[in-house]
Design a protein around this ligand. Structure first.
Ligand code: SF4
Length: 227
């Protein structure tokens, strides 16, 4: 059932029978005000805010800001770092050999790219592909947090060194947090591992990524009661 379509039909009906005040109840008001009621406009507005954002200097070097890609109804999310020049050019996360590697990583744990909503921690590319500055991460992080709030994933695979800067305090070393399960809300678990880009340049981390992905799979099976 499309909730918005149903509400629209009711409003048209009320209008046709001459009602000027919409009957409501305290429970309905609470529901409409709750986090569970996310209008399609809310997501569209958020997307539009990202695509037109000029909150930090990165808007001057990007070709386009990247909203993300995939299933917004999924309970699985991938958070990448920030767009590289190819992603900036094509306007989507993971293109070329990075996409191929990501697909192989997911295949190894019996999942597909299409099972996830995929987005970046920072939505615009950086000059020369350098890591985003603290102020740029700070300016951009509300977009990612709102995407999480709207999409409500239960399990997140975070790739690379930028996502921990959004979710974890005190700047822990990556080696101390990778492969561990963190809760970013009561119902949202996140596992950090290396980004495919980093794996291509540092093949020695492949084994660690493999271990982290196995943990992700185990948690996935526990959360979704599947195997
Ligand atoms: S990186 Fe984020 S905050 Fe900065 S301009 Fe792009 S969308 Fe806006």
């Amino acid at each position: 059932m499309n909730l918005l379509e149903e509400i629209k039909k009711y409003l048209i009906y009320f209008n046709e029978i001459g009602l000027e005040v919409i009957p409501t109840t305290n429970n309905l008001i609470k529901f409409l005000q709750s986090e569970n009621f996310i209008s399609e406009n809310g997501l569209d507005n958020l997307k539009n805010s990202i695509l037109t954002c000029e909150k930090c200097p990165l808007h001057r070097v990007r070709k386009q800001a990247i909203w993300g890609e995939g299933n917004i109804n999924s309970q699985l999310m991938i958070i990448s770092e920030y767009p590289d020049k190819d992603e900036d050019f094509y306007g989507r996360p993971f293109v070329g050999q990075i996409e191929d590697l990501l697909k192989r990583m997911l295949q190894a744990i019996k999942l597909k790219k299409e099972d996830f909503f995929i987005t970046h921690a920072v939505k615009c590319k950086t000059p020369g592909g350098r890591p985003p500055e603290k102020e740029e991460i700070e300016a951009c992080k509300s977009y990612l947090l709102k995407q999480i709030k709207y999409i409500k994933p239960k399990l997140i695979l975070a790739l690379g060194f930028t996502p921990p800067k959004i979710f974890l305090e005190n700047n822990p070393t990556f080696s101390s947090i990778r492969g561990k399960v963190f809760k970013i809300k009561r119902n949202i678990s996140i596992i950090f591992t290396y980004h495919p880009n980093y794996i291509l340049k540092n093949p020695a981390v492949k084994r660690m990524v493999w271990e982290d992905l196995q943990k992700f799979r185990k948690l996935y099976e526990e959360l979704f009661k599947t195997s």
